[in-house]
Write a protein that binds this ligand. Structure first.
Ligand code: NAD
Ligand code: UDP
Length: 311
């Protein structure tokens, strides 16, 4: 297969590129580096099955030659990033998704949308099944991301229904691991980098809010299987083991053996109080479930950030 991956220089896009290449496929990576890092794909330079295009997918996009798949992963993803780039985030979810869908249509390629657990907002149903419609504040600061992704899902379903296009929608739950930017602002990278730099860990609010953290290798395997043999309906991919943010902070302090302290900071507006994926669909349809525990995944991620900070 020859696939286009938008956001290929990002955290997930770069691991996903590796996953396709490992199975013998060819990858065209597309990225404008708004939140990406060229180092994430530096190891692919010179690989004859890899091409890279520096381009903004929110503008007209042409790719020469046949394509079997278009995987749309481009979007700022950390709350810090999308609050810093609100308009670019809305545009890449709306215009970028439209351009990527149009390209897939022209090439008769399968389309795959990276959506998010944020479509459930601050959820009133727990755990979240794919049939839950969500509780999102459209005009709050997070709305730029949540509503862009909700629009992207609607647009993807419209191409599926109107054009008969073969489409996939993954709702990704908090994923962490090597290649996150040290300063990307998400909780796992923040806590590890803070601990390794002898800074206090910044818990927002009282730390009782929960997230369910998935190690990147598990997430990417679920995404790959969904692309290959999933169906058109949205599918949660994430790790259902749920932790409070305070528990995560304590685990990072224990595993880094730094004796770091904790400080409380103001809770961001509309910060979801709980989040846990119901992954029955993925289990049954894809035979997939996560295998890496939080302890193991955080240990591996600490090793990664140690090497990055030592540079
Ligand atoms: P990331 O910021 O590391 O990667 C996003 C990549 O997209 C970056 O390389 C960025 O430069 C690129 N990009 C953004 N706008 C672009 C544009 N207009 N044109 C071209 N490239 C553009 O984030 P990530 O964690 O790898 O997230 C990847 C995708 O997965 C995103 O769509 C995100 O919404 C989704 N997602 C991620 C998570 C997670 O926990 N990591 C959770 C839910 C959803
Ligand atoms: N958080 C925190 N300290 C930080 C960064 C984040 O307590 O330094 C909290 C944040 O308020 C949220 C959770 O950790 O409740 C996850 O935040 P993240 O930005 O990783 O992703 P989200 O799930 O909110 O999109």
């Amino acid at each position: 297969m020859r696939v286009l991956i938008t956001g290929a220089a990002g955290f997930l896009g770069s691991h996903l590129s590796d996953r396709f290449l490992a199975d013998g496929h060819s990858v065209i990576g597309l990225d404008n580096f708004i939140t990406g890092n060229p180092e994430n794909i530096a190891h692919l330079a010179g690989n004859p099955r890899v091409e890279f295009v520096r381009h903004n997918i929110s503008t007209y996009t042409y790719v020469a030659g046949p394509l079997d798949g278009v995987l749309h992963f481009a979007s700022p993803a950390s709350p810090v990033d999308y609050l810093e780039h609100p308009i670019a985030t809305l545009k890449v979810g709306a215009l970028g998704t439209h351009n990527a869908l149009g390209l897939a249509l022209a090439k008769k390629a399968r389309f795959f949308l990276a959506s998010t657990s944020e479509v459930y907002g601050d959820p009133l149903e727990h755990p979240q099944t794919e049939s839950y419609w969500g509780n999102v504040n459209p005009i709050g600061p997070r709305g730029v991301y949540d509503e862009a992704k909700r629009f992207a899902e609607a647009m993807t379903m419209a191409y599926h229904r109107y054009h008969g296009m073969d489409t996939r929608i993954v709702r990704i739950f908090n994923t962490y691991g090597p290649r996150m930017r040290p300063n990307d602002g998400r909780v796992v990278s923040n806590f590890i980098v803070q601990a390794l730099s002898n800074q206090p860990l910044t818990i927002y609010g009282d730390g009782s809010q929960t997230r369910s953290f998935c190690y990147v290798a598990d997430e990417v395997e679920g995404i790959y299987r969904l692309f290959m043999r999933g169906d058109n309906n949205p599918t949660n991919i994430g790790n259902p083991n749920e932790f409070t943010v305070r528990q995560l902070a304590e685990l990072v302090i224990e595993l880094t053996r730094t004796g770091a302290t904790i400080v409380e900071r103001e809770l961001p507006v509309d910060d979801p109080k709980v989040r846990q994926p119901d992954i029955r669909r993925a289990r049954e349809m894809l035979g997939w479930e996560p295998a890496v525990s939080l302890r193991e995944g955080v240990t591996r991620t600490i090793e990664y950030f140690r090497s990055v900070l030592a540079r």
